[in-house]
Design a protein. Sequence first.
Length: 141
Amino acid sequence: MLNYKDEQNKNRKEYGSKYKNYTIGKIKNRYGKLVDYAIIKSKTKRNRINMVFTRRNGRYSGTDVIKYPFKIIRNELGIKARFYDLRGSFATISLRNGCEIKDIAEVLRHTRIETTEKYYISSTDNDKIKVTKSFENSLII
C-alpha cells in the first residue's frame, strides 16, 4: 500500500490540476435526516479523501477492479463466498493475531466497534472448543 500511495502522489504531481479529487458527501432524505454517504468529485483540496481504487489521473474506478477477478477465481475454484466476506475474514484473522478491535474497526471505517463485533468477527467451532478447554483448565488446579 505504501508503494501505491507513493505512485498516487507521483501521478498527482504529474496531472496537476487535472488530477481528480473526491470527498464524502452526505445524502439526506426529504426530511433532512442523514441516510447515507456518497463519494463525490471535489474541486478543492479541502476534506479530500484518498481513494484506493483510482486510475492514474485520480479518477475513481470503483471496487470492481478487484471484485471481478475475485469472482472469476471464486467460480473456477468453486468457492461459495462473496467479495464482501473478505472484510469479515480480515477482521477475524486480525483479532486472532492480537490486533485490538478498536483498530480493526477503524481500518474497516466503522464508527462503532459494535458493528465490527456483531457483523465482521466470526467464531468457528474450534474457537468455541478452545474457549471451553481454557475454562476447564482454569478449574483444574
